[in-house]
Design a protein around this ligand. Structure first.
Ligand code: NAD
Length: 420
């Protein structure tokens, strides 16, 4: 997260404007602005050289009106308690919007995992999960991977929890390896959801996705699957990038070929069939129909918003567009599929995994994918309908509608429970 922008302050601003839009009172804002629980843990980890190092971690449980808390765990040297709280609030809205029976949670450990050996990473992961083991559970709080955590880390969490609780609780984490109850489809689920929502927005704004040009920033888990599925749907992927830079070809790339190149060399830069190398900044301003920022936050700002030529932006990443930039883009008539809708495919697939684990059942990849596709289209339609029927489209982008639908569902659940 940018050090200049406090994500919790941003999250509260978004909540404030949604509360106003829905005509709710100050008590609703106060009930939702603060997490239900924020736990800080201190972890003592034995390093390979024999010394013991101290790390700090958090788990924020923002809201449980709709069900157990759900959200990933991030390992990053810059993680703060405020960032974790903001991310947990965004998870509340994302789960609500997707119609899942989950509340929002998020965890973080302040660590640079690239500096740890595999053994140190395992000991840190086990220590963290042991420290939060009393506040997580299959029916209580269900973590998952986030930045710099992966299925292997989930396997350590699951094993640590099973030892402490003396039993098998496969549903305590999602995003697990397939051998431990994870789903094959999880790896591409976020990118698939991003592609589906981008294509649907393109259909409504531009008349279709076939033959439309697409630029994808970030060629990681979300970005490359989004590019792959958009290509499959008939779009022309003319630009992709990673942290080292981007590549452009007006005729479009064969996405799988670019992936193979990146897997070999570590970057898309140097791909021989590119017409030219471009910067990440240039990629955002290309003359394309659809832009899919799938790397990091705050890349579309008031500085470059006016130069953006795409008519549709689908936010694969969390928070790529600043509030100021969104105001400008809305005036320019650009439709933004917001992160809580565009990247919800991951948490939807997590729910399918969790249900499968709880039933002790099995689900085929096709079944899981079909459920995801239906669910995300349903969310998209609800948001679009709200936007068209209830909001002034010159003033509010799709994000306002997504937040309104999401917050309204949580508020109604809280009222039913007597919490508001
Ligand atoms: P990843 O680490 O797999 O990929 C990130 C990509 O972005 C890499 O290609 C990296 O080189 C590139 N990148 C990093 N810094 C960059 C920069 N400054 N400019 C351009 N490219 C840069 O991560 P991911 O899982 O694909 O996540 C990407 C975003 O999507 C994050 O915001 C994440 O929170 C969000 N997200 C991911 C998931 C998921 O299931 N993976 C779900 C929801 C949201």
């Amino acid at each position: 997260m940018s050090i200049l922008i406090d994500p919790y302050e941003e999250a509260k601003k978004q909540l404030r404007s949604t509360i106003e839009l829905l005509g709710l009172g100050e008590e609703a804002y106060e009930a939702l602005a603060v997490p239900e629980r924020l736990v800080q843990v201190k972890l003592a980890v034995r390093m390979d050289d024999g010394t013991v190092k101290t790390f700090i971690g958090w788990r924020s449980q923002h809201n449980s009106a709709l069900g157990p808390y759900k959200g990933g765990i991030r390992y990053h040297p810059d993680v703060t308690a405020n960032e974790v709280v903001a991310l947990s609030m965004w998870m509340t809205w994302k789960c609500s919007l997707a119609g899942l029976p989950y509340g929002g949670g998020k965890g973080g450990v302040r660590v640079d995992p690239k500096k740890l050996s595999a053994g140190e990473l395992e000991r840190l992961s086990r220590a963290y999960f042991a420290a939060i083991s009393d506040i997580v559970g299959e029916d209580l709080d269900i973590p998952a991977p986030d930045v710099y955590t992966n299925p292997q880390v989930m396997a350590w969490y699951l094993d640590e929890y099973s030892k402490i609780k003396r039993g098998f609780y496969f549903g305590v984490v999602t995003g697990k390896p397939v051998e431990l109850g994870g789903l094959m489809a999880r790896v591409y689920s976020t990118g698939l959801g991003t592609a589906i929502t981008a294509a649907e927005a393109a259909r409504r704004v531009l008349g279709g996705i076939e033959g439309r040009t697409v630029a994808v920033q970030g060629f990681g888990n979300v970005g490359y699957y989004a590019a792959l599925f958009l290509e499959e749907m008939g779009a022309r992927v003319v630009a992709v990038s990673d942290s080292k830079g981007g590549i452009f070809n007006p005729n479009g790339f064969h996405v799988q070929d670019v992936i193979d190149f990146k897997n070999k060399t570590g970057t898309v830069v140097g791909y021989p069939k590119a017409e030219k190398v471009i910067s990440n900044e240039e990629l955002l301003e290309l003359k394309v129909d659809v832009l899919v920022p799938s790397a990091i936050e705050n890349v579309i700002t008031e500085k470059n918003a006016r130069n953006i030529k795409a008519k549709v932006i689908a936010e694969g990443a969390n928070g790529p567009t600043t509030v100021e930039a969104e105001k400008m883009l809305t005036e320019m008539g650009v439709v933004i599929v917001p992160d809580i809708l565009a990247n919800a495919g991951g948490v939807i697939m997590s729910h399918i995994e969790w249900v499968n684990n709880r039933m002790g059942g099995w689900v085929t990849e096709e079944e899981a994918r079909k459920k995801l596709e239906e669910r995300i289209m349903n969310s998209f339609n609800n948001v679009w309908k709200f936007w068209e029927s209830k909001l002034d489209k010159q003033k509010h982008n799709l994000r306002a509608a997504a937040y309104a639908v999401a917050v309204d569902r949580v508020v109604r659940a809280m009222k039913l429970k007597g919490l508001l």
